[in-house]
Design a protein around this ligand. Structure first.
Ligand code: ATP
Ligand code: MG
Ligand code: MG
Ligand code: MG
Length: 475
């Protein structure tokens, strides 16, 4: 059986031997790109190369890129624990052509690696193409020899604009864009799910393992597509998904690396049922949290730090639910380093600091988690099935007990309930207004000297009337 580490290195070697430069993964915090919350695809670090604004010494590259999809345009946080194939953190294996090869070679490389190097049976694979992309269709049909019913044409989203499709990729509203071809693996009819483009496509049976993007056009402000002088290729394959395929399971959480993490979580929280959803969530979240801290993100109340805080608090709540009432999450760093430290030595060299950051955040939340959960439990018991938890409760949990809104939503969802987010926003707005009014009053009573002695983040009492958690020190 191939380990995840072997699969990663197979991929890099395959493309290196085909003339690609191996480039190391970039940070999860995108360099010079404030529009992007976290690195979410292998192409991010090559954005300027694709745009023609930057030249490299090579025209072919291969990477295994750390990605986080837990916020921003791509947000898979709510899928975690519900599908067998989505993670907050995953590794995207990708090969890139900067004006070098195009569709023909991209397809040939992918097919050769999957079916020859790895021996995946062709009759378990399906591919999609954008509905007007006859070129890619014909390469799959004629050069690769796939039957017509294996090459699915995918159109624009019903009700969506032209070129709005899973099979049409764009960097933004304008700029490089083009059709994609996605490769799916059929895990068999014992798994729920339909073929891409059909009603039940969102299951775990036909899993998208690899996406080949053919950057072919430049979209102008008027929406017009102009062919690029030198078309490019950008591909992405989820390491965890292909590991599942090569390890004979449909379930990413049953692969080698995840099993090690699930076992570690099971032991720490004292849960014998290794299929337990909460263990999976913990196993997923430790990866995202440890790698984010490694890349310099710290828990905070806004931006990237708040996303990290939300993921940590979700993980801690899952451990709590399984009966672990004392901090445990930071102890997941060592087992993570054991399985991923070879590929990412920072987990070993910086492991202690990462664990300390996580432990502090866990302790901060532990003070209010139990009471907050008790309040939520009571309100959920009083809320009829299918109805929403009121916004005031969600806001109280947020403001006083440090429950990010999405944590409350996540708990509610487990009980078949939702949260009145409009009511939440309204409660927040009212609180802010009270804060402003109170500050105007306070300004007259606190001397400038006294104010200047306060440290940022210092607790100055509830009567400032502000929900700014940095001031109240609660979140
Ligand atoms: P899906 O439709 O399954 O959500 P996607 O089309 O959003 O995937 P891409 O943006 O095409 O994904 O990313 C390239 C590849 O990265 C996918 O083919 C898949 O193998 C992998 N991938 C994407 N999102 C995740 C995730 N949340 N967890 C694990 N692997 C992922
Ligand atoms: Mg997706
Ligand atoms: Mg997709
Ligand atoms: Mg895709």
């Amino acid at each position: 059986m191939k380990t995840s580490n072997e699969i990663r290195s197979d991929f890099l070697k395959f493309f290196e031997s085909n003339g690609h430069r191996a480039v190391t993964s970039s940070s999860l915090v995108p360099a010079d790109d404030p529009t992007l919350l976290f690195t979410n695809a292998g192409m991010n670090q090559f954005k300027d190369v694709f745009l023609g604004a930057e030249k490299r010494q090579y025209t072919r590259a291969v990477t295994s890129q750390k990605c986080v999809r837990a916020g921003g345009k791509h947000n898979d946080l709510d899928q975690v624990g519900y599908t067998a194939r989505h993670h907050t953190f995953f590794e995207m294996l990708g090969n890139f052509s900067f004006g070098d090869y195009f569709k023909h070679d991209a397809i040939r490389f992918a097919w050769s690696l999957l079916t020859e190097t790895w021996g995946i049976p062709a009759d378990r694979l399906y591919v999609t193409v954008y509905h007007t992309d006859n070129e890619a269709h014909d390469i799959w049909r004629n050069d690769i020899g796939l039957a017509e019913d294996r090459v699915l044409r995918i159109g624009d989203k019903p009700g969506g604009a032209e070129y709005e499709s899973d099979n049409f990729w764009a960097m933004g509203d304008t700029g490089p864009c083009g059709p994609c071809s996605e490769i799916f693996f059929d895990h068999g009819d014992h798994i729920e799910g339909g073929l891409p483009g059909t009603e039940n496509e969102d299951g775990d049976r036909y899993v998208e393992i690899w996406n080949l993007v053919f950057m072919q056009f430049d979209r102008g402000a008027d929406g017009e597509l102009t062919p690029l002088p030198a078309p490019c290729v950008d591909t992405g394959m989820g390491l965890e998904r292909v590991a599942a395929v090569l390890q004979g399971t449909h379930d990413n959480y049953l692969t080698d690396q995840f099993q090690a993490l699930v076992s570690a979580a099971a032991e720490l929280v004292g849960c014998a049922d290794r299929d337990n959803k909460s263990l999976r969530v913990i196993a997923d979240h430790i990866r995202a949290c440890a790698f984010l801290v490694a890349d310099g993100v710290l828990p905070s109340n806004d931006g990237r730090g708040y996303v990290l805080r939300r993921i940590i608090r979700r993980a801690v709540r899952h451990g709590f639910m399984l009966g672990r009432k004392t901090p445990f999450f930071s102890e997941m760093v060592a087992p993570l380093a054991a399985v991923m430290g070879e590929a990412y030595p920072v987990l070993l060299s910086d492991g202690e600091r990462i664990a300390t950051v996580l432990a502090e955040e866990e302790k901060r939340f532990a003070r209010t988690l139990d009471t907050g959960l008790g309040i939520l439990r009571k309100v959920m018991d009083e809320t009829a099935a299918g109805k929403a938890i009121d916004g005031d409760t969600a806001f109280l949990l947020y403001d006083t007990y440090g429950f990010p809104l999405d944590l409350t939503q996540d708990i509610a969802r487990e009980e078949g309930l939702s949260v009145d987010t409009e009511g939440f926003d309204q409660a927040m707005a009212e609180q802010r207004k009270r804060g402003r009014d109170a500050r105007q009053f306070k300004a007259a009573t606190i001397s400038a000297d006294a104010l200047s002695r306060l440290q940022p983040g210092e607790f100055v009492g509830y009567d400032t009337g502000t929900s700014d958690a940095r001031v109240t020190g609660i979140l």
